[in-house]
Design a protein around this ligand. Structure first.
Ligand SMILES: [Zn+2]
Ligand SMILES: [Zn+2]
Length: 327
């Protein structure tokens, strides 16, 4: 998310010794003279409105970076200071830089009333835990049934096969895509603007969507009012026509013997063969119980003579996971 700056506002701090509210940039209490503690929190003056600073020098100071505290006498100095303005010590290294970047809250006027802790709904928690427990157990049972297999001796009862070939034709095909993704030889029918993606950085053709402004502590006693924004990018989305191969038909041949055939096709000009599919189903009988096994492996299928003996692996859900002729 992009952070957009709206301007700078004055902050205040409250002297812990005498409770006086002091302007943020003032570094010792205006009433009792106590130095500002280095962990003091700056606060907003007005929660509702932003009274933006117009003083360029003050804005430059706020932009320069957080103030730092002299490691010898604790005095707050501006970020660029090399010597402490109070004791003169070299503070180019080792000075404690003020915390910055945090959201600043408004000075709370009301004393905070302790909130009565809400009674937790214990019954709800227990019911939830029981439901989760049952679901976990059911999941484990299902998994065990899927993994566990039984060996079953069976006889081939019947077989059937199906083979299909798709027919493709070359011709105009209608499609949709973003303008910059459309093939160069396509004819564009129509386009309209459509939301494409959300960006953190400003973009062309974007709608800016910003959250509520809030104040951030710059560490200088001046706050920066910012807004988090995202950019919704809109782009041309088009319907177009392009010449391409497309499936126009599928021809299927079926049978119930062990000699599957491919369908015989006579193609028209501008047509070609597409995807070929083959499915072989063996139906077994095991003491009156029927199992079906569907494969695309022709060599295994060719052993499935009706009446022949097979050994099946059957999982807990009754599905055949593998099969092989006995002997
Ligand atoms: Zn004071
Ligand atoms: Zn000092």
């Amino acid at each position: 998310m992009a952070r957009k700056s709206l301007g700078f506002v004055n902050l205040i701090w409250t002297c812990p010794s005498c409770d006086t509210q002091n302007p943020g940039p003032i570094k010792s209490c205006t009433s009792c003279g106590a130095p500002q503690p280095d962990d003091i929190q700056f606060e907003k003056i007005d929660q509702e409105h932003f009274d933006f600073i117009k003083d360029e020098a003050l804005i430059r100071m706020a932009k320069a970076g957080p103030d730092k505290h002299c490691p010898y006498c604790g005095t707050r100095n501006i970020s660029k200071a090399e010597r402490c303005k109070k004791c003169g010590a070299d503070i180019s290294v080792g000075a404690k830089v003020r915390q910055s970047g945090d959201k600043v809250g408004a000075k709370s006027i009301k004393p905070s009333t302790p909130t009565t802790p809400k009674k937790k709904n214990k019954t709800g928690c227990i019911i939830g835990a029981v439901i989760i427990g049952i679901l976990v157990i059911l999941g484990i049972i299902l998994l065990i049934n899927l993994l566990k297999t039984d060996t079953v001796n069976a006889t081939v009862d019947a077989v059937n096969w199906s083979r299909s070939i798709a027919v493709e034709a070359y011709g105009p095909v209608s499609a949709e895509d973003w303008y910059d993704e459309i093939p160069s030889d396509a004819d564009i029918v129509s386009c309209s603007m459509k939301f494409r993606y959300s960006s953190d950085e400003p973009q062309a053709n974007a709608t800016e969507v910003c959250g509520e402004p809030y104040t951030v502590d710059t560490g200088t006693g001046v706050g920066e009012v910012v807004q988090d924004c995202t950019y919704e990018v809109y782009d041309d989305y088009c319907e177009y026509i392009v010449m391409a191969w497309a499936v126009v038909d599928e021809v299927t041949l079926t049978g119930n013997d062990l000699q599957p055939q491919w369908p015989n096709l006579s193609l028209a000009p501008e047509q070609r063969l597409g995807e070929q599919k083959e499915n072989y189903m063996i139906i077994f009988d095991a003491s009156g119980k029927q199992y079906t096994y569907t494969i695309s492996d022709l060599s295994l299928y060719s052993y499935a003579f009706p009446g022949s003996q097979w050994v099946l692996e059957v999982n807990g859900l009754g599905a055949v996971t593998s099969a092989a002729p006995a002997d």
